[in-house]
Write a protein that binds this ligand. Structure first.
Ligand SMILES: NC(=O)c1ccc[n+]([C@@H]2O[C@H](COP(=O)([O-])OP(=O)(O)OC[C@H]3O[C@@H](n4cnc5c(N)ncnc54)[C@H](OP(=O)(O)O)[C@@H]3O)[C@@H](O)[C@H]2O)c1
Length: 313
């Protein structure tokens, strides 16, 4: 048995006998895939959704339909919620936990896979603690299609004991990673990785438009672009090391050299009638780094400039 000490009023304890029973509350696009992944892994899965008909297909696949959120909570050790926002999660869990004949969430593990901000995650950890549950905040990072496959990344943070106790069942969702005891960390990674993915995708969308203007088919371009990505990810590792060291060697070109090259991309885009917003944005970041004295430094210095800018804003 493991006792969780991460929250002051939580009474969560974990008995290791028998497989965990799971509840999924919220059967939208994501919640449905979560429930399917638990079912596919052989876990007894109880489901509840405001619109009951959305559980029909899952029941055919082996899920148990709960008549209320309170009934779903009662049926499970691990309660997974996936609703549009944290306000809705609170609105559903407060009365459901109070109405539960067996004590609602008391002694259970609440896993919240609803998207939100770090501040909302901390507030939800407080609510869970008040209801006597151990809390894991989390985020699904790989859309719905990959859920249940090993490459589907789920980031989780909060109670380390709860994660250790339910690591296997959470592994049914994909690559479930515990980031640390601070419940806000999952939302920090969620928002940061969302920005990273969009930066990469926006770059791709611009690139495929520019190549398309020259007659290159999107699929043809994507094949070459995908082969280029290992170099880009290797730069992330290298730049992270440089940021940790506080030194920005110019091995991959200086900030000023990249700013000049980015101007070529702006001009080439305009010449083809392709939107130049993205290269203009990157050029402005490089120029800001140069104005801050990093013109002759390596391009990882842009991250430091952004960080310092945020600190002094
Ligand atoms: N879909 C994705 O690819 C994806 C990826 C990563 C993260 N997420 C996150 O996962 C969460 C859910 O997304 P989703 O795509 O599954 O949303 P969705 O398809 O719109 O489903 C929303 C779910 O919330 C329920 N709901 C809405 N308002 C409610 C209320 N007041 N009381 C009770 N239930 C309520 C809906 O029930 P009804 O059926 O009754 O309307 C439905 O089950 C969001 O925070 C989203 O950001 C989604």
């Amino acid at each position: 048995m493991t006792t969780d000490n991460s929250t002051s009023t939580s009474t969560y304890t974990y008995e290791s006998d028998g497989p965990a029973a799971v509840a999924v509350i919220g059967l939208g696009q994501m919640g449905t895939r979560l429930a399917q992944a638990f079912l596919a892994a052989g876990y007894r899965t109880t489901v509840w959704n405001r619109t009951a008909a959305k559980a029909d297909a899952l029941v055919v696949q082996g899920a148990v339909r709960a008549a209320s959120a309170a009934e779903a909570i009662e049926a499970a050790d691990l309660v997974v919620v996936c609703l549009p926002d944290y306000g809705t999660v609170g609105d559903v869990l407060r009365p459901a936990s109070a109405a539960g004949a067996a004590g609602g969430l008391r002694g259970k593990v609440l896993v919240n896979l609803t998207s939100g901000t770090p501040e909302e995650a901390r507030e939800m950890a407080g609510l869970a603690s008040g209801l006597g549950a151990a809390y894991l905040d989390g985020a699904a990072m790989s859309g719905t299609r990959l859920v249940g496959r090993p490459e589907a990344l789920f980031v989780l943070s909060g109670s380390a004991d709860a994660f250790a106790a339910h690591r296997e069942v959470l592994g049914a969702l994909g690559d479930s990673v515990h980031l640390g005891a601070d419940p806000a960390l999952a939302a920090v990674y969620d928002t940061a990785l969302f920005g990273l993915a969009w930066g990469a995708l926006a770059g791709f969308h611009h690139a495929v438009a520019l190549a398309g203007a020259a007659g290159v088919e999107p699929t043809e371009f994507a094949a070459v672009a995908a082969g280029h990505m290992p170099f880009v990810t290797s730069l992330m590792t290298e730049h992270a090391r440089q940021l940790a060291d506080g030194r920005f060697p110019d091995d991959d070109g200086t900030v000023d050299v990249h700013a000049a090259a980015m101007e070529h991309l702006v001009l080439a885009s305009r010449a083809e009638g392709v939107g130049a917003e993205l290269p203009e944005l990157v050029k402005s970041l490089l120029e800001r780094a140069s104005a801050d004295g990093y013109g002759a430094a390596g391009i990882a210095s842009v991250a430091r400039v952004l960080r310092e800018g945020a600190r002094h804003a």
